[in-house]
Design a protein. Structure first.
Length: 291
């Protein structure tokens, strides 16, 4: 039987209230969003917070997708299902729709949140790579105000973030850019499973050239952003040669480990192949945006 250690429970009524509870609870307080990562960890005693701060009542305040000031803004408590069903996201950022379709199953997507997914910092989690390639900025709120960080600055290691004790993620901001196309490709063992390997890609076309490009990898170790692959795209023509070069660099620079999902060699092969596929798909979408 899986039973968590004893804990205190508080239901936050606002962001300010959640932050006050975090401050009074200290390092042993944890936020509860959808609970699909934290509760299993508590049952297995991999996590044993003394105070659980339930954010569910903040679903209206922090559950939204809207466009403002040239950005698509996604509240941290937006559920996976709401992102998947957002016409605004579908029209702008195919990479999120591709990734969300492949996350777990409808039961998990009905409760799990984008903020919880990013803050869980699981190396096999799909949304971080999607956020990275579209240049998402993350709004972190503390009692003294807000700060904004890049996707790269959020994770300090597996299951670790740079969010401080009395802070929380409140919003994800994605810049809207003309001519951009993005896509996500994932290989998993069976429907609903975590990735063996996955790749997010985005290209912004301008007059037959890739004005900016980005590749990010999931579940293959190393930094989420494949920097040399991204650099190889920028300024190059959107050709098979360019994609092959970026895919080779992405595969070279990742650091996969052999585990029950596959060998390191197989995962490196997937990093190459999935980068190619994601770039082709992102480019096809960018061409539609341009025309
Ligand atoms: C069977 C199963 C299969 C899954 N498959 C996949 C998959 O294929 N791909 C994938 O990407 N994910 C997968 N997931 C994970 C799923 O996406 C979770 O919903 C997600 O990882 C966590 O979101 P949550 O809202 O449930 O967060 P919670 O479990 O509530 O919280 C996770 C962590 O984030 C912290 N946190 C939550 N919100 C905030 C915030 N606003 N600010 C700061 N910290 C916060 C919590 O304190 C906790 O440490 C799977 C989960 C399950 C149960």
């Amino acid at each position: 039987m899986q039973i968590p250690a004893a804990f205190e429970y508080e239901r936050a009524t606002s962001v300010e209230h959640a932050l006050e509870l975090l401050r009074s609870g200290g390092p042993d307080a944890r936020l509860l969003a959808g609970g699909h990562s934290l509760l299993p960890m508590m049952k297995l005693r991999l996590a044993a917070p003394e105070l659980l701060i339930d954010l569910d009542a903040l679903s209206d305040e922090l559950g939204y997708v809207r466009e403002a000031d040239g950005e698509v803004r996604i509240g941290a408590l937006t559920r996976h299902r709401e992102i998947l069903e957002s016409a605004l996201i579908a029209a702008r950022f195919g990479v999120f729709i591709d990734a969300e379709k492949l996350i777990a199953d409808p039961v998990v997507r009905n409760r799990g949140t984008i903020g919880g997914a990013l803050c869980q910092a699981d190396p096999a989690e799909d949304i971080s790579a999607a956020c990275a390639v579209v240049g998402a900025r993350l709004v972190i709120q503390g009692l003294d105000g807000q700060r904004t960080i890049s996707m790269r600055e959020l994770h300090s290691g597996p299951y670790e973030t740079t969010i401080r004790d009395a802070e929380m993620l409140v919003e994800i901001r994605v810049p809207v850019q003309p001519g951009i196309g993005s896509a996500y490709e994932k290989v998993k063992r069976r429907v609903g499973d975590w990735a063996i390997a996955a790749v997010a890609a985005a290209v912004r076309l301008d007059g037959g050239t890739i004005a900016s490009g980005a590749v990010a990898l999931t579940a293959v170790g190393g930094d989420v952003t494949a920097q040399r692959a991204s650099d190889a795209l920028t300024g190059a023509p959107p050709s098979e040669e360019t994609f092959a070069q970026a895919a080779r660099l992405a595969a070279e620079d990742c650091a996969p480990q052999t585990d029950q999902r596959g060998s390191a060699e197989y995962k490196r092969h997937l990093a190459n192949e999935l980068t190619l596929r994601a770039l082709r798909s992102a480019t096809a979408r960018a061409l539609r945006e341009e025309s």
